[in-house]
Design a protein around this ligand. Structure first.
Ligand code: ATP
Ligand code: MG
Length: 380
């Protein structure tokens, strides 16, 4: 007898012909997630099993963060012996109050009792042993699940996992990662769809501090902990910001800065083998996130730009940030380069021609090239 985790898949079920590929990836990702625990992982009967861990809570915490998984149940694996199963049901329901229902499933037809008989017998055993429990077949507080497969499995709890698609099945993208609340959430949303991401951060030393950079690396570390780790490209951005500030109309400052960010990110992404950019923009949130402004920033990039937060309110974004564990770090009070030279009256309906004209004052090619060449890649 031992404890195992029964792990259920999410949407991978739908993948038709590609199903074996997705399952293989997913099993691999679970193996990587529990590797530090030396746990065993195997795929059998349309489910992943994890065993041989020392600390079950650690194993659960790690497995529920694997993208592509639906839920996890800590279960007891027993020999297929009715007395053992009954005893375990009794033990597991000890101390529970309220209502329950036994859900037996017999896949091994050699087992002498069928599902109905198991439900009835085990229900009786639990009722006899625990006067605080009643049966409710419609809306019970607890489902006592009993599965007869290669072994017998008994479990009650089902813990929801993060969902989404297996990491590595959705391509590769480059996240523009600031120290704010939004961009880490944007990255998470695509990671959750199986996309492998690296990040680029624009750093305006000495206007933004080393602490601000550390904060961004910490955020990347949290995101990377959902699988795959992450590389963060730190781009020196001070020179470009200074030149925009000195040579271009004040009201265009933010938009011009964003166009340079996109150009540089596009080039770093291309060199990194990424197929798309990701930003944390949400429509109308600030002046540079109107539809006109987004068109002006899109105009300088060659690859698709994903903005998974485009239709979300700040409150919804904050809720996700809290859930995924980035919020506490995001609200640490360090300056981002966006706030360094903020125009007093930013444009909300920019004309692209006016921006292109303002950029004539700058040597765009040289500025972008210098920034890219001096970028430092840090693995977190
Ligand atoms: P966030 O909370 O992600 O900082 P925001 O609401 O502050 O977003 P902006 O400052 O306008 O919005 O930035 C919009 C997007 O541009 C960010 O979500 C992020 O993807 C990118 N971005 C902004 N500043 C930086 C930076 N210093 N480095 C990398 N990307 C950045
Ligand atoms: Mg910001």
């Amino acid at each position: 007898m031992r404890q195992v985790l029964l792990v259920r898949f999410g949407e991978v079920h739908l993948k038709g012909q590609n199903r074996p590929y997705f399952l293989h990836k997913l099993t691999d990702n679970v193996k990587k997630a529990v590797a530090p625990l030396n746990a065993r992982v195997w795929l059998s009967d349309g489910r992943i099993y994890v065993s041989d861990f020392e600390d079950i809570q650690q194993a659960i915490d790690r497995v529920t963060r694997v993208f592509g998984l639906y839920s996890v149940s800590p279960a007891w694996e027993l020999d297929k012996d009715y007395e053992l199963i009954a005893h375990k049901c009794e033990e597991m329901t000890r101390g529970l109050k309220g209502t329950f229902k036994v859900m037996a499933r017999r896949s091994d037809k050699h087992f002498p009792m069928n599902s109905q008989q198991l439900n009835a017998e085990l229900g009786g055993v639990i009722l006899d042993a625990n006067p605080d429990l009643r049966v409710d077949v419609h809306k019970p507080d607890y489902y006592v699940s009993v599965e007869i497969r290669d072994h017998a499995y008994v479990y009650i709890d089902e813990i929801m996992a993060v969902g989404g698609m297996p990491m590595g099945t959705g391509g590769k993208a480059m996240l523009l990662l600031s120290g704010g609340i939004d961009s880490p959430v944007a990255g998470f949303q695509l990671m959750r769809r199986g996309v492998n991401i690296n990040a680029v951060h624009f750093f305006s030393f000495p206007y933004t501090s080393e602490r601000a950079k550390e904060k961004v690396l910490d955020l990347a570390k949290i995101l990377g902990s959902y699988g795959g780790g992450m590389k963060v490209y730190i781009v020196p951005f001070t020179e470009i910001q200074m030149q925009i500030h000195e040579k271009c109309p004040d009201a265009m400052g933010t938009l011009l800065m964003r166009r340079y960010m996109m150009r540089i990110a596009d080039e770093i992404a291309r060199r990194d083998g990424a197929q798309a950019l990701i930003t944390g923009e949400s429509l109308g949130q600030v002046a540079s996130q109107t539809m006109e402004a987004l068109a002006c920033t899109d105009a300088v990039v060659n690859m698709p730009v994903f903005r998974p937060l485009i239709g979300l309110d700040k409150l919804e974004i904050t809720q996700i940030a809290t859930k995924i564990g980035t919020y506490e770090t995001s609200i640490l009070p360090y300056e981002d380069c966006c706030t360094v030279f903020t125009p007093r009256h930013p444009m909300t309906k920019p004309k692209i021609e006016a921006l292109v004209e303002a950029e004539q004052a700058l040597d765009t090619e040289a500025l972008v090239r210098d920034a890219v060449e001096n970028t430092e890649g840090i693995l977190v």
